[in-house]
Every structure is written in structure tokens, then in C-alpha cells.
Design a protein around this ligand. Structure first.
Ligand code: LLP
Length: 413
């Protein structure tokens, strides 16, 4: 982990975060290049010589600098929209290493994916399979596909990020999958490549992954019996990270368990959070301290529009003072933003010593932080910086006020 104190000031690699704030302003997302690379390599090296592709899930953090760093070390990408595909290409990623997930791919998205030669479409319904056949036939091209099956296992994670149960909108019921593969096999422009599943996000226990694996391996055997060959198995993303005191999945052990069961089958993984989550922090400034009779509020310049996870999932993020030697007001603080919503908080009941003007680092914010941010309350989206050793680079400019409405128009009448 590249975020640690040096001389009482929190650093990202060798760069003092206080200096970054002075340079780039507040609030700010800060990422560690070394952590991003190490996290991806941990997955990649766990496979050794076994055929595999670790496709980073772009939705977790789609900044082109992040994608570029990963492309340079050989990453593939899991994308869910044409926007993500174009980002990967702009960042120097290879289309042939992209898997295209998502429940509602449009004609335009399928066409572009075929034209640039993506690795595989992860198909989520029979209607989508029809659409891919239709678009591919129009282009006279073969569309590589896998079918996303829903193995009906409980990922035991937050219900909003659990995807592998029958009640979820994702994938094809495992009991209907054979029929859909048979349909795929009859299609002229569909080329069956693999089988795919993704059961949820922020899993901290490996057993749901292994249960899902057993179920899909069973299905692959049945498909083989029917003459349908599966060349790769995509097991999705979902490996959790430590936000608080969670004991997380040992990646080498998980991959080891996987390799014991899969024979020579090529494995694709789609980790997002595990690559970037702990490689980023969101830094915000204390504007005011406000103590009511029974509540202490630190009003900060960051808000739910910048980092939605606490408001949306009641997610916990550790909060560290950038200067850990501060002599402020000691209390149990709620960190609340300027937005007109009671849900606008980044943390609750944190014992901290605070003064106005202090900087606070909201930890583990590299995944689903910036990508879920918005302009709610007409707040410009914040800047992002990537640190590598003692260097720092602005990888996204802070939006300005004009950016907020320069695509809007007044009706002239
Ligand atoms: N593959 C598919 C098909 C997915 O739907 C997802 C995440 C991933 C891979 C990557 O999952 P990961 O390795 O990051 O767990 N906004 C939520 C997380 C939503 C995850 C959606 N799908 C959060 O902030 O916790």
C-alpha cells in the first residue's frame, strides 16, 4: 500500500498529499500508479503459465491514464458501453483483449465492437443474441460470444451489488443456458467462444465463487456432451477489498483453487475494485465545524456527488487526517458535505481532532469514486492526480463553472 505517513503527513508514494492539495486544489482524487500495477500483477502472476486474461473492469475507474498504465503492462478490459470501449482504445488498450458485458448493448455498440475486433460479447439474453446475429450478418462478420449464466448463488454482499441470484436482472438462468447455446450454435454469424458469470461485487469470502465455479463447470461438461465447445471461462469480477477490518480473499489461493478444477480451460477474470480501490483516495477540506447539542458535524468541501458510495450503499470508508499531528477539536464527527440532502455524508461518528482548513483523506476511494460522481447541485467534478514515486501528474482537470452548462441551450422565442 502506497499511502502512509512520513513526518506526520500522509503521502501517496513519495509525494506529500498536503503539497498536492496546495498544487491542485480541493477536493481531489489521488491515485498510486505503483499500487494499480501491483494489484493487476497479483492477479496475472497467480495464473503462472495457465492460459488466462485479466480484464480490468473499466467501470471502477475509467480515467484514460489508469487504462493506459494497465494497457502497458498487458491488461485486458471488461467494458459495458461504447464509451468505455472508446476510452480503452484512446488509452492504447487492445480491442482484441476487451470483453463486452452489460444487459443492453445497442446496435451501434455491437457494430463498433465487431468493427474494432473485440475479444468477446458476454451475452445476457436470447433477445440480445438475436440482435448480435443480426448486426454481425449485416457486416458479414463472425461475432465471438459467451453467454453469461446466472448460477443462482448468494454472494453474501450488499443487495445492490449482488448479481448472481435468480431475482437479479443479470445473465441467463443456468437451467435455460443449454437451450440458448443451442440457439447460438444454429446462428450463422455467431461464434461460440466461452461461458461467463459474475455473481456480485465486494465479496470477502471465496466460497460463493467456488460454488459458482462448480456449477458452471458442470454446465460446460453438459455443453461438451452436446458438441458445444467452450474455449474460455470468464468468472467475472467481484474480489473484495479491505475498507475497514474485513478479511479479504487471498487472490493466489482463489486462483489456485480455480486452477485445480478447470483443466486446460482458459480463464478470464474481470476485477475492477481489487485493482484500483485501495490505490486511490479522495481528499477533502474541512470548511466549518458545527457542534449541536448532541452532534458534531465537520462540514467538508467534498460531497455525495463526488463520492456517492456512503450515501448510496451506506458504505464505510476509513478517514485519515492528512496531517496526523493536528491539534484541533477532539470529537466524534460526522463528515457532511454542502449538498442539500440529509444523505450527503462521507462518514459518520469518526473520532478525529479537527480544525477548519484541515485536509482529510477518504481512503479506498479509487474504485467507483470518480466514475459515479455527478454534477448534482451544480458542483463541478473534481480533478484527478496520479502519483508515481516522487512524480505527480494531473490526469483530469477540475471542471469549471462554464463546463456545467456549456452543452445546454436557452429556447429562443
Ligand atoms: N464484471 C461485471 C459484469 C460487473 O458487473 C462488474 C461490476 C465487474 C466485473 C467488476 O466488479 P468488481 O471486481 O469491481 O467487484 N458501484 C458499486 C459496485 C458495482 C459493481 C458493478 N459491477 C460499488 O461502489 O460498490
Amino acid at each position: 500500500m502506497s499511502f502512509s505517513y512520513n513526518n506526520h503527513s500522509l503521502h501517496a508514494e513519495s509525494v506529500d498529499i498536503a503539497d498536492l492539495m496546495a498544487n491542485y486544489g480541493s477536493p481531489l482524487y489521488v491515485y498510486s500508479r505503483t499500487d494499480i500495477e501491483n494489484n493487476w500483477r497479483e492477479f496475472d502472476s497467480a495464473f503462472g503459465q495457465h492460459p488466462h486474461l485479466v480484464c480490468y473492469a473499466v467501470k471502477a475507474n475509467s480515467n484514460i491514464a489508469v487504462l493506459n498504465v494497465l494497457a502497458k503492462i498487458g491488461a485486458g478490459f471488461d467494458i459495458v458501453s461504447i464509451g468505455e470501449l472508446e476510452r480503452v482504445l484512446a488509452a492504447g488498450g487492445q480491442a482484441s483483449k476487451c470483453v463486452f458485458s452489460g444487459v443492453a448493448k445497442t446496435h451501434a455498440e455491437i457494430k463498433r465492437g465487431l468493427e474494432v475486433g473485440i475479444r468477446c460479447f458476454n451475452v445476457e439474453s436470447s433477445a440480445e443474441l438475436d440482435r448480435i446475429e443480426q448486426v454481425a450478418s449485416g457486416l458479414n462478420m463472425q461475432a465471438p460470444i459467451s453467454i453469461r449464466v446466472n448460477p443462482n448463488v448468494d454472494a453474501k454482499t450488499h443487495p445492490y451489488i449482488s448479481t448472481g441470484l435468480k431475482e437479479n436482472k443479470f445473465g441467463v438462468d443456468i437451467d435455460d443456458a443449454i437451450e440458448l447455446y443451442e440457439q447460438a450454435q444454429r446462428y450463422e454469424f455467431i461464434n461460440i467462444q466461452g461461458l461467463d458469470c459474475h455473481i456480485g461485487s465486494q465479496l470477502t469470502d471465496v466460497s460463493p465463487f467456488l460454488d459458482a465455479l462448480d456449477k458452471v463447470l458442470d454446465l460446460i461438461a453438459k455443453l461438451n456432451d452436446r458438441g458445444i465447445e467452450i474455449a474460455h471461462l470468464d468468472l467475472g469480477g467481484g474480489v473484495g477489498i479491505r475498507y475497514d477490518d474485513e478479511v479479504t480473499i487471498d487472490i493466489a489461493a482463489y486462483v489456485g483453487e480455480m486452477l485445480k478444477r478447470v483443466g486446460n480451460l482458459e480463464i478470464i477474470l474481470e476485477p475492477g475494485r481489487a485493482i484500483v480501490g485501495n490505490a486511490g483516495v479522495f481528499v477533502t477540506k474541512v470548511e466549518f465545524l458545527k457542534q449541536n447539542s448532541d452532534k458534531s458535524f465537520a462540514i467538508i468541501d467534498g460531497a455525495m456527488n463526488d463520492l456517492l458510495r456512503p450515501a448510496f450503499y451506506n458504505a464505510y470508508h476509513q478517514v485519515l487526517p492528512v496531517n496526523d499531528n493536528a491539534n484541533g477539536v477532539e470529537a466524534s464527527w460526522d463528515l457532511v458535505g454542502p449538498i442539500c440532502e440529509t444523505g450527503d455524508f462521507l462518514a459518520k461518528d469518526r473520532q478525529l481532532s479537527l480544525s477548519e482548513g484541515d485536509y482529510l483523506a477518504v481512503m479506498s476511494a479509487g474504485a467507483y469514486g470518480f466514475t459515479m460522481s455527478s454534477n448534482y447541485n451544480s458542483r463541478p467534478r473534481v480533478a484527478e492526480v496520479m502519483v508515481a514515486d516522487d512524480a505527480h501528474h494531473l490526469i483530469r482537470k477540475r471542471e469549471n463553472i462554464q463546463d456545467l452548462f456549456n452543452t445546454e441551450a436557452i429556447i429562443n422565442d
